[in-house]
Design a binder for this molecule. Structure first.
Ligand code: GLA
Length: 331
């Protein structure tokens, strides 16, 4: 071997070794992604996009469904024991915040809250925990505006319309959404005394929302037309199903959800129901961006912003196919 080709081989070898060790180092980082309701399409999509970030940057994502406090705490211990460096979490209960923070510290894990912001013992947001969520009040107001405009467009006599807000006040981001919807409808001219709240008992799911709205409908059989708002798609879908169960025609109610990810089969139905549309949130940002921020914090020490908020876009039966495709939600 000539001197020249020897040094070429050496360079090649070094480059290869360096390249491989870089790769190995990158793949060494594992993060957890814990969600409260893994069965909800919204959270499935957050996981999907977090995985995409993992592929793009070369880290592993452990996806764990944690529907209660016990599961959250044991998942954090397992992450610590298995050498993970941090986790993103949508907690099943915002009041678990302080316990989650101390368990993460005990396991030396970095932590980023997504969707549902931690609440402290004083009832206020824990602002020291990094958080990415939606601009809840503003998005709620978009729901309120859309509902009011629909009532007008349908030519309903506002005196005959009830505003049904499916509420879940223990979760601040949801309370902000439903109160934002009510606030905007009233600001536009909807009578405040025709607003009715249907509080969900238990978790936010279609059946619990259906039960809540059924109670309301029993109390108000006199109302002819309904507008339906709620904290997410499942809350509004429960309301829509309750109205159907009472024989209220689809044309006499309008529902607008939030998420835009849990109502796709509803919008695809060939016979339109009273579910008019939804404010589509960015599952990509909530899944991809949070995972990316956490990874860069762990790897390069780049601390994420303490409070990031994302926006939403209205989708309806007419527009959802194209918008969901452009967002990478559907193929
Ligand atoms: C809450 C809701 C979810 C979704 C997210 C968005 O966690 O339960 O359905 O709306 O907020 O941030």
């Amino acid at each position: 071997m000539t001197k020249k080709s020897f040094s070429f081989c050496l360079t090649l070898l070094l480059a290869l070794c360096f390249g491989l060790s870089e790769l190995a180092a990158a793949a060494e980082i594992t993060i957890g992604f814990l969600v409260k309701q893994p069965e909800e399409q919204w959270f499935q999509l957050e996981w999907k996009f977090a995985d995409m970030a993992g592929k793009d940057f070369g880290f592993d994502v452990l996806k764990i469904g944690t529907p209660d406090g016990e599961k959250v705490l044991s998942a954090i211990d397992n992450l610590g024991a298995n050498g993970a460096k941090g986790f993103v979490i949508c907690t099943p209960d915002v009041n678990l915040g302080p316990a989650i923070v101390s368990r993460a510290q005990a396991n030396n894990l970095k932590l980023l809250a997504v969707d549902d912001r931690f609440t402290g013992p004083d009832g206020k947001d824990i602002e020291s925990v990094h958080y990415l969520g939606i601009s809840a009040r503003k998005i709620g107001q978009e729901v309120g505006r859309t509902l009011y405009e629909q009532a007008k467009a349908k030519g309903w006599d506002i005196k005959e319309v009830g505003f049904c807000a499916v509420t879940f006040d223990e979760l601040p981001t949801i309370n902000d959404r439903t109160e934002g919807a009510i606030e905007k409808a009233v600001e536009l001219g909807f009578p405040a005394n025709q607003v009715y709240r249907a509080p969900i008992q238990g978790r936010m799911e279609i059946p619990t929302a259906l039960d809540a709205v059924n109670v309301l409908l029993t109390q108000h059989p006199e109302i002819k037309y309904w507008l339906i708002a709620g904290g997410n798609d499942s809350c509004v879908l429960g309301g829509v199903r309750a109205m159907e169960g009472r024989g209220i025609p689809a044309a006499n109610a309008v529902g607008v959800g939030i998420n835009g990810t849990d109502c796709i089969p509803e919008l695809e139905k060939s016979n339109p129901t009273s579910f008019y549309g939804s404010i589509l949130l960015s599952a990509r940002e909530h899944g991809y961006k949070t995972a990316e921020m956490l990874y860069k914090w762990i790897k390069d020490g780049v601390e994420p912003p303490l409070d990031s908020r994302t926006a939403g876009t209205l989708i309806t039966r007419d527009t959802f196919r194209k918008i969901l495709k452009d967002e990478g939600i559907t193929d």
